[in-house]
Design a protein around this ligand. Structure first.
Ligand code: NAD
Length: 479
């Protein structure tokens, strides 16, 4: 399978997708090794994981180099690779306490002769399927706590961005105990389907359409499916917000990583009183943003990682214009040396029936809608099949929070935007079509990988069958 380079448009890499038999063989090897891994005391699992963090740092230059080609951007590739050892170290600090807190022993029961203990039993084989927008982060974000929990892990990154896998694998090979229970495979939809059929717990990050297929396959396989899907995040900007500051925040929250982030702000609802100065500031700020072309080490906007995404957005913009929207800046796809780029695009006079307001864009596009009445803004923000996250900007956090709690989404940034990109310790559930299952953030990020086994200890003589004889009951009560 040929792989396209997002900066040149050339197919300059190839993968051989792992087939069903390959996945089954890998799964059975990992599954066989998992009991030994799970039996290690958590302190030892932590030591192994910490050695992996060091190994990733050792291999970081090679991983960053490949991830930069995969994604067409350099600074964010470095942030992604640099972040993973940090994530491992954070979980290493927290995992022992989380296990301790959730596995109490000798707890008195409501039944006076019984004492309870809880054992945490990890799922044997965890599986992850990841998208192309943050390949390194999203391939590892769930696997790391799963490994700390004692699961073996099988990861499949996107076929659009597979180059970083080889150097990442080299870091795993440096830690032989880990290599026994962690494997990363390359492949496309067929590989993903085989993976779902072979694991005991699946974490899927990607589009709603594929998430639905994965959920159906997981139901067939009778395994839990944790789905992290798309979004169309709204930002409500109240009249008490400073329009110039709000414009800067909205721009960053919308176009960081070229808008190719699930938690990007994709709809702006702005109070009429500050609409004009806000729009003016937003356009001015947007026009200062530079492409990271021709020099990859400069500028803020990269090429589309997955070129068809650019065309999808171009179609959304064309439809909006045709229905009367005004493009104030940006709006044209630029093909530069084979890479597909779009400068930050601010669109006014958009309406709720336009695809650019309704459907996920996944690019640097800011449709702006004014409102007179905040109830109207809340109801428009909630008028979406998605419920990933949202944001409210106001003059005070109290005022913003009053609106925040009325929004139907799993995480609301208050006086900032897209905070879930940076804040990983706040548990949040995706609402509506944006996902399903426990939060990947916070403590549940790890506890979801355990089944709880109750050890129910009888300290007296167990009940006898005669105790339940009919004559022992009077009017439904035991004598
Ligand atoms: P996608 O759904 O096209 O693909 C995601 C992964 O699924 C890829 O690895 C692909 O090979 C695999 N796949 C495809 N068909 C499959 C099948 N039938 N069974 C199993 N696996 C299959 O998504 P994408 O285009 O790579 O990523 C963009 C989407 O991801 C956007 O919608 C974005 O919002 C979403 N996303 C969500 C989050 C989140 O945390 N909620 C984070 C990042 C991206």
């Amino acid at each position: 399978m040929k792989v396209r380079n997002p900066r040149t448009g050339q197919d300059d890499y190839e993968i051989t997708p792992v087939d069903g038999a390959g996945i089954a063989a890998t799964a059975s090897r990992l599954r066989a090794n998992q009991p030994r891994w799970a039996a290690l005391p958590i302190a030892e699992r932590c030591n192994v994981m910490l050695r992996w963090a060091d190994a990733i740092e050792k291999h970081a230059p090679a991983i960053i180099k490949q991830l930069t080609i995969d994604t067409g951007r350099s600074g964010i590739a470095a942030i992604e690779v640099g972040g993973v050892p940090g994530t491992i170290r954070r979980w290493a600090e927290q995992a022992p306490q989380i296990i301790d807190r959730n596995s109490p022993s000798d707890v008195p029961s409501a039944n006076p002769t019984v004492v309870n203990s809880t054992r945490l039993v990890p799922f044997s084989l965890f599986g992850a399927i990841a998208p192309w927008n943050f390949p390194m982060t999203l391939s590892t974000i769930d696997a790391i706590p799963a490994l700390f929990a004692g699961c073996a892990a099988l990861i499949k990154p996107s076929e659009v961005t597979p180059r970083f896998v080889e150097p990442l694998r080299a870091s795993i090979d440096d830690v032989p105990e880990l290599a026994e229970v962690l494997e990363i495979v390359v492949g496309d939809a067929a590989t993903g389907e085989a993976l779902v059929a072979n694991v005991d717990y699946i974490c899927f990050t990607g589009s709603v359409a594929t998430g639905r297929k994965v959920a159906i396959a997981a139901a067939e396989a009778f395994i839990p499916a944790n789905l992290e899907l798309g979004g169309k995040d709204p930002m409500i900007i109240l009249s008490s917000a400073d329009p110039a500051e709000a414009a800067k925040t909205a721009l960053r929250a919308s176009i960081l990583a070229t808008g190719q982030a699930c938690q990007s702000i994709e709809r702006l609802y702005v109070a009429r009183a500050i609409y004009e100065p806000f729009l003016e500031a937003l356009v001015a700020e947007a026009e200062m943003v530079r492409l990271n072309y021709p020099d990859i080490h400069q500028g803020e906007i990269g090429p589309f990682i997955f070129a068809p995404q650019g065309q999808k957005i171009a179609d959304q913009i064309a439809e909006a214009k045709q229905k009367g929207a005004r493009v104030l800046t940006g709006g044209n796809l630029e093909i530069l040396d084979g890479g597909t780029y779009l400068r930050p695009t601010v669109i006014a006079d958009v309406t709720a029936d336009m695809a650019i307001v309704r459907d996920e864009s996944f690019g640097p596009v800011l449709p702006v809608i004014s409102f007179d009445d905040v109830d109207e803004a809340v109801s428009q923000a909630n008028d979406s099949v998605y419920g990933l996250s949202a944001a409210v900007l106001a003059g005070s956090s109290e005022e913003a929070e009053e609106i925040a709690v009325r929004l139907e989404a799993g995480a609301i940034s208050i006086n900032d935007g897209s905070m879930t990109a940076m804040v990983w310790d706040a548990e949040n559930s995706s609402f509506k079509l944006s996902g399903m299952g426990p939060s990947r953030m916070g403590e549940s990020g790890m506890t979801r990988f355990f089944r709880k086994q109750a050890l129910i200890r009888q300290t007296a003589t167990p009940a006898r069958i005669q105790d339940f004889a009919e004559e022992n009951f009077v009017e439904g009560y035991m004598r």
